[in-house]
Design a protein around this ligand. Sequence first.
Ligand code: SF4
Length: 409
Amino acid sequence: MDLRTRVTLLSESRDRDGPAGVPARAGELSSQPGAPVGITRVTHPGHGPTRLMRVMQTNACSLSCGYCPTFCGGKVRRTYLEPEEVARVFMSAQRGGLADGLFLTSGVPGRPSKMTDRMLATVDLLRRREGFRGYVHLKLLPGAERAQVEAAVRLASRVSINLEAPGDGYVRALAREKDFGGDLLPKLELAGRLVLERRRIESPARSGAIGPTTQFVVGAAGEADREILGLVARLERQRLLHHAHFSAFQPVVGTPLEGQRATPAARELRLYQAEHLLRQYGFEYDELVFGTDGNLSLHDDPKTAWALAHPERFPIEVSRAPYEALVRVPGIGPATARSLVAARPRSVIRGSGDLRAAGVDMARAGWFLTLGGRRLAHAPRPQQLRLFAPGEHLTQAPFRTPVPPCAYR
Ligand code: SF4
C-alpha cells in the first residue's frame, strides 16, 4: 500500500471534536492536488480555529472493545505508519500551510508499551529533528507505562486517556481488557499531576502544556449520568482533567455491541451542557438535577432543570443582579452576563429588545427575569424550554465506519 492510501485509511476527515468543533472543511483541504489527507478544522475554546491532522499510527488492534470497528475481530484493512512517515507527512502539510497541529492516536497490536514507544518516537522526531513547537495531542494507549506517561507529558501539548466509563464494571462491559481502577484512572491522574508540575516549573506560554482530556462512551454499559459527572467533577476540581468528551454510543456494524440500542444524541448534549456548568458557570456537582434513574433530563437543559427546581431563587432583577446570579439564568451565558454587568453603569436596559441585543436568549430567560419589578415573560411552556425530545436524533440502525467513532476526541 502506498503512503497516501495508508494515511487515508488511518485518518478521518470528518469533524468529531464535539460541540466546539467547526463543521469540517477537510474534504476541501484534502482534495487539493498533492495535499495530505486527514486534516480537519477544529476550534479549541479560547484558542480559536486550528487545522489538525488526525491520524492513527496503526489500526491493528488486539483488544476487543465492543463499540469499535477496529477491535481484534473487526473486518477492516489493517495498516501501519512508521514514526518517520507520520513525521514526514505532517511536516509537509505544516510547511505547506495546510496543518497547524497533529492529533495522534493508535490501535494496540500486542504489547501496549511497544506501540506507545512508536507514538512517542513520532512526536520526538517532530520536536527534536523537525523543531516543531506547535500543538500535538497524543492519545495514550491503555496499558502505557508510567515512564511513557512522563515522556508523553514532556513531549506533547496535550495528552488524553479515554476512561470510557465511570467504573470497573462498566469499563469491563465495554472492553474486557481495559482496567479502569488499575490502569486508566491512575494514568489519567498521573498525567494531570505531571502537567500541573510542568506548568509550575515552566511558564504556561513556554511549556505550551494543556491539561489532559478524557472521553466516555455513553449509554452502552448501563452507567448513569450522575456517576459520569461525579467522576468528571472530582477530577476537574483537583485540576487533573481539563475537560471531558462524551460520545453517545452508536452500534457499529460488525462489532460485538452491534445489536445494542443506540444512546440518544440528546444525552450526549446534556452531559456536555452539565460539564460546562461545572467548569465555566460556577455550579457545584451537588447542584445538578438528576432524575430517579440518575440521568439528566432530556427535556430540559441542566441549567433550566436547576432553575425550575429552585423557584425561591427567581425571578431576579436584571438591572441589579450580580454576575453570579445572572449567569445562573437559563439563556444567559458567562460572556452575556459579563457584558450586561459591565454595560449597566453607562446604559439603561429598556426592555426585552435590549436584552436580546445583548445576547440574552429571551425565550429561555424571560420567565426568570424582572425589569423594574415586572416579569419579562409568561411561565415557560415545556416546548419553549425543550431542546430535544427523548429519542430524537436516535440512530436506530447500526452504522458503518472504518475508524473508531470516538477515536479523535
Ligand atoms: S477502541 Fe482502541 S483499543 Fe479498543 S479496539 Fe478500538 S482501536 Fe483497539
